[in-house]
Design a protein around this ligand. Structure first.
Ligand SMILES: NC(=O)c1ccc[n+]([C@@H]2O[C@H](COP(=O)([O-])OP(=O)(O)OC[C@H]3O[C@@H](n4cnc5c(N)ncnc54)[C@H](OP(=O)(O)O)[C@@H]3O)[C@@H](O)[C@H]2O)c1
Length: 324
């Protein structure tokens, strides 16, 4: 089979696409002909050896995708050969064939094509878990999304709107703000230019109920200080580089909560709830409440350019690699 192979750790350009042996299908596994594999920020970190997960070399990166089931292992009853599916996997997705445990595979509804299905698991899985189980977002609440045009950011924007929240998008360029507005945000501003708190005050004078924060750095404290009473600040990631610290008087003064989000660890503990989350999102899509923007498709050979969109802070929504 054809796969991207990391033989040493480093930037995307040093890795290769190569022929490697087909995977074994263990009992409980599903073998998938991968058509598309979604690209995520953590892929860059894993390839560079900068993530909490450090697979042994050589390894194939890639954490999600979509394709057609070609075989199922013993004990698998929930998924049939020939089904159109999406899947999540910590690594291994950047290949034309993958074997993953059935619990990490979800049958796609007819209305979702494989390219779009390849970018649902991680970003939409994370953001819905964050908003539903962690923030307990309620209809009518207000929500600030930092990095709103990125993968998890645009998912949070669309899901927040579908859940009845007023969504304030913070993004660094006019094109990104336009993209967020077109995908469910009520208002958008440039959080990288000037005082985030002052800018937010003009659009949400009473503060926001929820902050969705995949960026970190210097923005997190300013965003936390912009919470309303009983606000929830979701810690999702640190694309700005620095992991910020927060003075603990701030949650006290606002009756507010700093809420960690670790989607992968939650899925491992609660796989059935994760599948229920996907079904609820598919229902939102079929009712017309949620639209997943089509990802930008790169041929698998152009993986370095696709990852470069993420590393270069240029991505609008999601990019995906086409393997078949
Ligand atoms: N906690 C979890 O369970 C979980 C699950 C999945 C992902 N994550 C994390 O969520 C974060 C976002 O992942 P993603 O795949 O959505 O990434 P992405 O598509 O690249 O989006 C990240 C956004 O961060 C902003 N950003 C700010 N500073 C940046 C910088 N120096 N370089 C690049 N982007 C920067 C960008 O928006 P602006 O240009 O508008 O600032 C960008 O759109 C990552 O840290 C990832 O590890 C966490």
């Amino acid at each position: 089979m054809r796969a991207i192979v990391c033989r040493e750790l480093g930037p995307p350009e040093i890795h290769v696409i190569d022929e490697i042996p087909d995977p074994e299908v263990a009992p409980g596994d599903v073998l998938i002909d991968v058509h598309y594999a979604g690209v995520n920020f953590p892929d860059l970190l894993i390839m560079a050896g900068q993530y909490q997960v450090r697979p042994d070399l050589p390894f194939t990166p890639g954490a999600e995708g979509a394709g057609i089931v070609s075989a199922v292992g013993r004990d698998v009853q929930s998924i049939q050969v020939g089904s159109r599916v999406m899947f999540a996997s910590v690594v291994g997705a950047f290949s034309d064939t993958v074997a993953v445990p059935a619990a990490q595979v979800t049958v796609l509804p007819d209305g979702i094509d494989l390219a779009t299905g390849s970018v649902v698991a991680l970003a939409y899985g994370t953001s819905y878990h964050a908003l539903k189980q962690r923030a307990r977002l309620r209809s009518g609440e207000s929500m600030l999304v930092l990095g709103a045009a990125g993968g998890v950011g645009i998912a949070a924007v669309g899901l927040g709107a579908a859940m009845g929240a007023t969504v304030i998008a913070a993004a660094s360029t006019p094109a990104k703000r336009q993209f967020a507005l077109a995908n469910g945000a009520n208002t958008a501003f440039d959080y990288t230019d000037g005082d985030l708190r002052a800018q937010l005050k003009s659009v949400a004078p009473k503060g926001v109920d929820v902050v969705y924060d995949p960026v970190g750095g210097g923005y997190s404290e300013a965003a936390f200080r912009s919470l309303a009473w009983d606000g929830r600040h979701l810690v999702v990631g640190f694309t700005a580089g620095d992991i910020p610290a927060l003075p603990l008087n701030l949650p006290l003064l606002k009756g507010a909560s700093l809420v960690g989000v670790f989607w992968g660890a939650w899925v491992a503990r609660f796989p059935d709830e994760s599948q229920r989350n996907y079904r609820e999102m598919f229902d939102m899509i079929s009712r017309g409440e949620l639209t997943i923007p089509a990802p930008k498709v790169y041929p698998a050979e152009a993986f370095a350019a696709a990852l470069g969109e993420i590393g270069g802070r240029r991505v609008l929504g999601k990019v995906t690699l086409q393997f078949r």
